[in-house]
Design a protein around this ligand. Structure first.
Ligand code: MRU
Length: 354
């Protein structure tokens, strides 16, 4: 394939983490991958909230989509004449879904969108809710396809790339954000080598990303997170390509813990940094990264690997699971609305002002 031929999405997109069965939400259990491929069925919004909190479903766009379907499940327990009346009854469920994880703005964004659709809905409000949840998922997939092409267009032929966490089909409605750009870049023969960091402590890179790429027949080389700067020094990597959980009004970007140190090392070595995320990840109401709530998870996630304890009893650990990369360390933000090079307050406002 040459660098302008269309991408064969079916070849590069085989995994679906979230399926609506008609009466339940079926989630591919990401805690068990890659060795156990098992699905969990959620029959209530609280089961969805728990699945989001427990990382059964994870990745910023995916948790937004799951939460939207959670609202559809909550709607089944409510009798109301119209959407506005239904919203009053649904509000506690919406709030529990919203509280399931704090950092990725896609969750609050999807719930706000469900609220708006319901507020305007008449007696067919249950169907309206279902249509809106489906639209959120469909639009995410379409955005990923577009971002794949836009992001790949920035990459020179023969490049090596390093990614972090999991930003693929597993983290979205399909195809992925940063991993979508990598899929497109490989398909267009711009990317020759893909490296993925393990992403301690939950190992999204080691357990999910390299497994996802393997399904596509894309070779990826796994590295320890601590090998990244050394890898960059060898010159084989031209781009660090990552996703985002929240992009602020000045371009500061929250993403999986470790992204910030990758961006610092990248700048030192002349490697470029690309952030790929749908516009649902852009939060113009948050002025800068200092305002973002960083999720702290159980320190126990640091005490072992694969269920086996590796750390002595009685040790204290600190487990923030996201960090903020300043906009000044980002070379390009790619959304479905276009590419913003060297993001700052002005360029973000020009692209995303309401
Ligand atoms: O804790 P996780 O696995 O939900 O964190 C996910 C990430 O940080 C991803 O990089 C981000 O959400 C983008 S997913 C397309």
């Amino acid at each position: 394939m040459n660098d302008s031929a269309p991408i064969d999405y079916a070849r590069y997109d085989r995994i679906r983490p979230i399926q609506w069965t008609g009466d339940a939400l079926e989630l591919l259990d990401q805690r068990k991958l890659p060795f156990v491929v098992e699905h969990v069925q959620c029959h209530s919004s609280d089961e969805v909230a728990e699945a989001i909190h427990a990382l059964t479903v994870r990745g910023a766009p995916a948790i937004g989509i799951a939460a939207a379907w959670g609202v559809v499940l909550a709607a089944r327990t409510v009798d109301a004449a119209d959407g506005a009346q239904a919203l009053l009854a649904l509000e506690p469920a919406l709030q529990r879904l919203n509280a399931s994880r704090p950092t990725a703005v896609n969750l609050a964004w999807a719930l706000a969108r469900m609220r708006r659709a319901l507020a305007a809905a008449r007696s067919d409000w249950k169907q309206v809710a279902e249509r809106e949840a489906r639209a959120i998922a469909d639009e995410d997939l379409a955005a990923n396809h577009l971002m794949g092409t836009l992001g790949a267009g920035l990459i020179a032929a023969g490049s090596g790339v390093l990614t972090h966490c999991n930003t693929g089909s597993l983290a979205t409605a399909g195809f992925g954000t940063a991993l979508g750009v990598i899929r497109a870049g490989v398909a267009q023969r711009r990317i020759d080598r893909v490296f993925a960091g393990e992403t301690r402590p939950w190992l999204q890179g080691a357990r999910l990303t390299v497994w996802e790429l393997q399904q596509d027949g894309i070779d990826a080389t796994l590295i320890a997170d601590s090998a990244a700067a050394h890898l960059m020094k060898t010159g084989v990597v031209q781009w660090v390509i990552v996703g985002a959980d929240r992009i602020c009004a000045n371009g500061d970007t929250a993403n999986k813990i470790g992204t910030y140190q990758l961006a610092i090392a990248a700048r030192h070595h002349g490697v470029k940094v690309m952030v790929v995320a749908p516009s649902s990840t852009v939060d113009m109401a948050t002025a800068d990264g200092g305002q973002i709530e960083i999720e702290q998870r159980d320190p126990g996630e640091l005490f072992g690997v694969g269920g086996s304890r590796t750390v002595a009893e009685g040790i204290t650990a600190w487990n923030p699971v996201f960090d903020v990369t300043p906009g000044g360390l980002i070379d390009a933000i790619v959304t479905e609305r276009g590419v913003i090079e060297h993001p700052d307050r002005e360029s973000m406002a020009a692209a995303f002002a309401a």
